[in-house]
Design a protein around this ligand. Structure first.
Ligand SMILES: [Ca+2]
Length: 344
């Protein structure tokens, strides 16, 4: 009896140890470097994306800097510096550091990334009020089945800490739905460890047991080959009930805290991400008009009439508050009164 109790206690201790030492999620490492990517994802189904001919560091319009062979409809990002600001990152294809937002789709995590310096054009870093994001609109609607994400090759403190992958059918700021959320407050709950430089992590809505039913056959074959006999035991997120045409990665914080001060000019605080691969199965394209069109069709508001609640909540106050830095915006209390007037 005593032996049994001891055995039970040992098993319990082992179980507790395993619970606390296991990674926070069931995500799977696919290895490091460009070859670790799965390829053939929704933003570049044939892996044909190539950099534009013109220099992406120049302050040129989107049409001049969009990657060659891009198949998406539209890409948006934040930060995106307005015309009154220096061209640190004017739009998703431009970056004074040759690290534009679209870099996360270019299939080369070992040499390309999205980088935003918190001080130079980054409005002091991401926050819940003014998160960073890269959003892409696809021609068709997809139910996201899995994705991969790859941190950058250097400076681990620039890794996203709190982030999410979201879907939308309008791209409107108020119409995004969480698909996967990482609410890490430190490294223990994050896939990104200090030594996981350029390491690609796979997040799935399926296990190996139901992969063949959930994922496209070509994707399932690729994953099975890469797992080399290993099994996905747990799904990382619930497969969305809806198909979306828009997807984005949104970043609320990085491991280096948001700030505008730079103590080491050789390594200024910032946000960096090397790659995101999105995979899904075709779904029904919704026929609902985007929010902007719906708003246009709505009856005009009477002067002094209360704004609908949805207009007041967390919109990215880009147009209202430029050129004031986002940091200031977060520190000040911003109110929109019922006549629609903005006061700081
Ligand atoms: Ca890709």
């Amino acid at each position: 009896m005593r032996v049994l109790t001891k055995t039970a206690a040992a098993l319990l201790a082992l179980t507790i140890l395993l619970c606390f030492s296991a990674p926070a999620g069931a995500f799977t490492s696919l290895g490091k470097g460009n070859s670790a990517l799965l390829g053939g994802d929704l933003t570049d189904p044939e892996d044909k994306l190539a950099p534009p001919d013109k220099d992406c560091a120049a302050d040129l319009p989107e049409a001049d800097l969009i990657p060659k062979n891009a198949t998406w409809v539209k890409m948006t990002c934040w930060p995106a510096n307005g015309p009154d600001r220096p061209a640190h990152q004017r739009h998703p294809y431009q970056s004074w550091q040759h690290s534009p937002a679209c870099g996360i789709f270019m299939n080369k995590p070992a040499t390309m990334k999205w980088y935003v310096g918190f001080k130079d054009g980054g409005y002091g870093g991401p926050s819940r009020i003014a998160p960073y994001f890269v959003a892409v609109q696809l021609k068709d609607a997809f139910v996201l089945t899995h994705f991969t994400i790859t941190p950058s090759t250097e400076m681990p403190n620039r890794d996203p800490m709190e982030w999410a992958v979201q879907g939308s059918n309008s791209g409107d700021e108020k119409e995004w739905t969480d698909i996967y959320v990482c609410n890490a407050k430190d490294r223990t709950a994050s896939p990104f460890q200090k030594d996981s430089r350029c390491e690609t992590f796979l997040f799935t809505s399926f296990t190996s047991a139901d992969m063949a039913q959930a994922a496209r056959p070509e994707d399932a074959r690729k994953i099975a080959a890469r797992l080399n006999g290993a099994k996905i035991e747990t799904a990382d997120f619930a497969r969305p009930a809806k198909a979306y045409t828009w997807f984005r990665i949104i970043i609320y914080s990085c491991f280096n805290p948001s700030t505008t001060s730079v103590s080491n000019p050789a390594a200024p605080p910032g946000c960096a991400l090397s790659q995101l691969e999105l995979f899904g199965v075709g779904g029904v394209k919704p026929t609902t008009a985007p929010a902007a069109a719906r708003a246009k069709d709505a009856p005009p508001q009477r002067a002094g009439a209360p704004l609908p609640a949805a207009s007041i909540v967390r919109d990215r106050p880009v147009a209202i508050l430029e050129p004031g830095p986002a940091r200031k915006r977060a520190d000040k209390s911003l109110t929109i009164d019922l006549s629609g007037e903005v006061r700081q």
